[in-house]
Structures are given as C-alpha cells and as structure tokens.
Design a protein around this ligand. Structure first.
Ligand SMILES: C[S@@+](CC[C@H](N)C(=O)[O-])C[C@H]1O[C@@H](n2cnc3c(N)ncnc32)[C@H](O)[C@@H]1O
Length: 328
C-alpha cells in the first residue's frame, strides 16, 4: 500500500488530493506576501499536517481562540485600567493568525497595547539536492521534518503506519541519506531576520530556500504595535510584561513535568507582579471548546483568577512549581 504526495501545484486539486491521499509538500508554502486566495488555502492545509522535530504540531485556524479572547477581554479592565500601555505576549502562535485576531480585539479595549507574538520556529528551509532530484524540508537548527521525492512526500517526524510499507521504506532511506549530508547543512544567520528577503542560496550539495511559516496576512500586519519574533517558551523575557498567553503548547502530551515547570518559571519571571498568564488547550474544534486557566502572578507564586471549562491541565503542576507558590 502507498500514498502519493501532493508534490506540485498541479497535483493540488480536490480530485488529485482524493486519490493521492498523501501529504502536501511544504516547499509549496508561499514565499512572498501578498498571497493569492489559492496560496492562502494551501498554506493553511500545509500547516495542519506539519509536525516539528520536538513532536509539536502547527495546528491553528481562524477564530479558534475567539471565545478565549472575549472572556479575557471582559475581565482584563478590572485588572489593568484601559489607559494602561499594556504589554502583551502570545507565545507559540504557529502562523500567528489567532495572535493577530487577539491583538485586534485587544486594541478595541486598550488603544495603547503593544503586542508580541512568538514561536520557536518561524521558518523552514527547503534543501534541494539537484543530482538526486529530491528535497528535504529542514528546521533552521538542522532537524529534517519532511522528504519530497516525486511521487512521494513523507514526514520525517512521524512514523508511517506499517500498512504503507512503500512510504515507510522511502522514509527510512531519507533518514539514512540525511545522516550522510546533515553536516553540510547550515543556514545564513541573516535568515533569522524576518524583514530580510526570501533568498535562495547554493551551499554544496544543496540549493537552500527559506520557507516562511508566518501567515501571509499576519506578515503584512506587522508594525510598531504588533510584532513577531522567534522565542522559546523556556526562555524568560528580558523585560517583564502585563499578560502572557500560552495556548495549545504547554501540554503533558508534548512536555515532561520538569519541562512544564521550567516553562512556568520562565513565564513567572517574564510577568510583572500582578501580571496574567492565560494557559490552556483546545479540546474540541467545530465548534471550539477550551480548557483554560487564567493565573495572576504574585510575589510568592500564582493565584487563580478564573477558568474556562475544566481549566488547564497544568494548574496542579504550577501549584508546586515555584517556591512557596499556591493556587488559591
Ligand atoms: C498547536 S500550535 C499552537 C498555535 C496557537 N497558539 C493556537 O492555540 O492555535 C503549537 C506551536 O508551538 C510551537 N512550539 C513548539 N515548541 C515550542 C517552544 N519550545 N517554544 C515556543 N513555541 C513552540 C510550534 O512551533 C507550534 O507552532
């Protein structure tokens, strides 16, 4: 049994998607905004299937967090007066689409808000080998996540079901081959600058091309009040802010207890005293349902402000995470 990939734009039609059944090649991510409606649709479909080397996925959709935005917006003025020049960070935002929506709703309440959206991975790299006529899709740090060799597109971060034994053989061979060329892979440091051009460079044995993971509409929204940057949830901010949101990232399915505690500490250090942390998970889509807890930082830990649904699964863990911390 096998699944064929969507390797080129001509394969990306409803009929071909139905019979090919495989992944969409990530090197079809649109390189330069503005993107056409067809490119936006493809961008969103590629996002749904990308799994990164640390096991996390990129899933996010328009309006996914609208109910969270609304509930948080309704209590925020009781914590920070609307005249506050509010500093807000949204972490692990994937393409940034839900962050942009939250920014727009916050701006209606806080005209002076400054909003930073971040994610560990803001772009991928297409590493094309001309002789072999194949392509690896690689994270900037050098971890391969997808392999494209027409007619196949296979994930390199998710084991293929044994029933698709041909895809599995392609996957195994790709991993072996990457092992032989990985040390030749490196990306120019200037590619980390989001404002740089979307260059292509030749670096034997690869032709490298940068593939942005930020939604083209979000790329165009960036400015003084709405920024995007690379950042990991484990790194404290240099300057504390009023509000931090971490939705659909700090889950037990992704991270160990020790890692979750370390992220909670980074968040506590990144908040001003009295600042809010919105943490939770989307447990169902269509319509979206969330389990969220909003915590307030205190000098000795956290205090619970409110829950949406059953609250976040990391609540109990946070109660033990900081010296003397307590959820009240
Ligand atoms: C499921 S998406 C969540 C998107 C959005 N927050 C939402 O709820 O719709 C998870 C994101 O976490 C990012 N991520 C994974 N590890 C991370 C880390 N250590 N620091 C920051 N972001 C990370 C992934 O790149 C991915 O974009």
């Amino acid at each position: 049994m096998l699944k064929l990939g969507i390797c080129t734009v001509t394969h990306d039609t409803p009929a071909q998607r139905w019979w090919r059944r495989g992944l969409v090649a990530a090197n079809m991510l649109p390189a330069n905004p503005p993107a056409s409606a067809e490119e936006l649709d493809r961008f969103e479909r590629i996002m749904m299937h990308l799994r990164l080397s640390n096991g996390t996925v990129r899933t996010t959709v328009h309006n996914r967090l609208a109910a969270v935005d609304e509930k948080v917006g309704s209590i925020l003025p009781s914590v920070f007066p609307v005249s506050t020049p509010l500093l807000v960070e949204d972490w692990a935002v994937s393409s940034g689409i839900t962050a942009a929506e939250w920014f727009q709703s916050l701006q209606r309440i806080y005209p002076d808000v400054t909003f930073t959206a971040s994610d560990r991975t803001l772009y991928l790299v297409e590493a094309r080998r001309q002789k072999e006529r194949d392509v690896f899709i690689v994270e900037p740090g050098g971890d391969p996540i997808q392999y494209i060799r027409a007619p196949f597109v296979v994930s390199l971060t998710e084991m293929q079901h044994p029933i698709y034994f041909i895809n599995r053989a392609v996957q195994r061979r790709a991993m072996r081959e990457w092992g032989q060329v990985a040390e030749d892979f490196r990306v120019p440091p200037e590619w980390d600058n989001l404002n740089g051009g979307w260059q292509t460079i030749y670096l034997d044995p690869f032709v490298l091309r940068r593939l942005p993971l930020i939604h083209p509409q979000v790329m165009q929204m960036r400015g003084e009040r709405f920024r995007m940057k690379q950042h990991s949830v484990f790194t404290p901010l240099p300057h504390p802010v009023h509000v931090i949101r971490t939705m659909n990232i700090l889950n037990r399915s992704y991270f160990t207890e020790a890692q979750l505690r370390s992220a909670a500490e980074a968040i506590w250090q990144s908040l001003q005293s009295g600042g809010l942390w919105i943490v939770g998970r989307t447990v169902a889509d269509n319509p979206p349902q969330h389990e969220v807890t909003v915590l307030q930082s205190t000098p000795c830990g956290w205090e619970k402000v409110f829950r949406i649904g059953k609250g976040s699964e990391v609540e109990s863990l946070v109660a033990k995470s900081l010296m003397g911390a307590a959820i009240q």
